[in-house]
Design a protein around this ligand. Structure first.
Ligand code: HEM
Length: 466
């Protein structure tokens, strides 16, 4: 009898807790669901405001919305409802709450880069990849490849001498070769041309309509992707036969304790090339433009770089740059920072809410896309005085927290930022001490492909200095 009564009490308590729990969940869920959506307009059914955003300069679209609705507003683009945010605090919130907001990409882009590439993941798999990538790109590791980067920079500049070049196209060759160096080490030269041909076909299909039919750019790109993976598999198998220790990214990926399959390695090699090449090449193209338009800044950078050469001559130190030289390039570093701010080549990024999220009294519904607008944060007069002016000296003082995020923030922030800065410094050293250039054609205008770029990729003619 006593046992029966104890069981009854236990059962009643369990029921009570269950009902209480359900009521609480309901209360919070309904409370969230009753929160207002952020202000804004959703445009026409399905197409939303895609046309408005892309028919004009996207920055005008964003600026008009911010003026009308404030720093957080809703919209509907590319078939998805979304919330756009332009306050530093909100951007930090979204990028740092990985449990609430996951990265999101169109399925066709995932297929093309490889579903197992770092960008598309969260959790343990992502953390493992990130650890491997960070280890290869941290200052301590990239210190050793300064001479090899230097030789790539010198070869590139030599090949541009005396002719009109499209800066962006040529910078892509430089950043591609540096990316291969960081992935495959010195062996990169052996595979450079083969990898380059496949990668160029892949990139042509990247922004095409995802129609997998014979003859389409998309189909050619998917074929090139397969060939890229085969080249990577070939390099992996050759390395396994040699049993040597490699300090490059492929070496890290191949470590036994990394636990990656060959397919996962190939997806991430292709992913890193994608992340490293056009981004850095676009920034370098903008730097060439801004230096060309600001003679006093160019003068200051040239003097800084020449003083590094001079100090080496005087001390009898070995010619050629090293990591310590790069650390001395303070003015040049500020030019890079200011270019990253003004050009904001990545205008925004995408996240998706994994559950209903409340932010400052508004509901961000589960499944909606969230876009932190980097360019608007970098161009707000609240964050930077006279934001449209190119003025590297503003970085003599640190910017306000979360107002400068060219490399993102949180667990998906760019792990290649130190390498990107280093390769830019090395190229700028030789560009400013050995060459001068004139800009050809139209001076203004931005094109997006998808990164912001000077019109026509900035045609210039490069001359060796006397
Ligand atoms: C100036 C050049 C570069 C810029 C402006 C840039 C910018 C960014 C940004 C903003 C993100 C974060 C995107 C997001 O949160 O959605 C990112 C991620 C990433 N970047 Fe860069 N990047 C540059 C160069 C590089 C280089 C040289 C490498 C490799 C060597 C690289 C590798 C990566 C990778 C692997 C990720 C994904 C990280 C993750 O998902 O955990 N980037 N980059």
């Amino acid at each position: 009898m006593e046992l029966l009564s104890t069981m009854f009490t236990l059962f009643a308590s369990f029921l009570f807790i269950l009902v209480l729990f359900k009521t609480l969940i309901k209360h919070f869920v309904s409370k969230r669901q009753h929160l207002p959506l952020p202000p804004g307009s959703m445009g026409y059914p399905y197409i939303g405001e895609t046309f408005q955003m892309y028919s004009q300069d996207p920055n005008v679209f964003f600026a008009t919305k911010i003026k009308r609705y404030g720093s957080m507003f809703k919209s509907h683009i590319l078939g998805c409802p979304c919330v756009m945010i332009s306050s530093p605090e909100a951007a930090k919130f979204v990028l740092n709450k990985a449990n609430l907001f996951k990265p999101t990409f169109p399925a066709s882009k995932e297929r093309m880069l490889g579903k197992q590439a770092i960008f598309f993941h969260q959790g343990e798999y992502h953390a493992n990849l990130r650890r491997l990538v960070l280890r290869t790109f941290m200052p301590e590791a990239i210190k050793n490849i300064v001479p090899a980067i230097e030789s790539i920079a010198q070869d590139c500049l030599k090949s541009w001498e005396g002719r009109e070049i499209t800066t962006f196209l040529e910078m892509k060759t430089f950043t591609f070769n540096v990316a291969l160096l960081s992935i495959f080490g010195k062996e990169e030269v052996l595979y450079r041309e083969e990898l380059k041909m496949c990668y160029y076909t892949l990139e042509q299909g990247y922004n095409s309509m995802p129609i997998n039919l014979p003859g389409t750019l998309f189909q050619k790109a998917m074929k090139a992707r397969k060939e890229l993976a085969q080249i990577v598999a070939h390099i992996i198998s050759k390395r396994r036969q040699g049993k040597q220790d490699y300090k490059d990214l492929l070496g890290s990926f191949m470590e036994e304790k990394a636990g990656l399959t060959d397919e996962q390695i190939a997806d991430n090699v292709i992913g890193v090339i994608f992340a490293a090449r056009d981004t850095t090449a676009s920034v370098l193209t903008w730097i060439v433009k801004y230096l060309g338009e600001n003679p006093s800044v160019l003068q200051a950078v040239t003097e800084e770089q020449e003083s590094i050469l001079k100090s080496k001559d005087e001390s009898g130190e070995e010619k050629g740059l090293n990591w310590e030289d790069a650390k001395k390039m303070q003015i040049t570093s500020r030019v890079i920072q200011e270019t990253l701010r003004v050009a904001s080549i990545l205008s925004f990024t995408f996240r998706e809410a994994v559950e209903d999220v409340e932010y400052q009294g508004h509901l961000i519904p589960k499944g909606w896309k969230v876009l932190p607008l980097f360019r608007n944060i970098h161009h707000s007069p609240d964050n930077f005085k006279e934001p449209e002016k190119f003025d590297p000296s503003r970085f003599e003082a640190a910017p306000k927290p979360n107002t400068f995020m060219p490399f993102g923030s949180g667990i998906h922030a760019c792990p290649g930022n130190e390498l990107a800065k280093l390769e830019m410094l090395v190229l700028l050293h030789y560009l400013t001490t050995k060459y001068r250039w004139s800009m050809e054609g139209a001076k203004n205008g931005i094109q997006y492909g998808p990164f912001a770029l000077p019109q026509n990729g900035l045609p210039i003619t490069l001359y060796p200095k006397k």
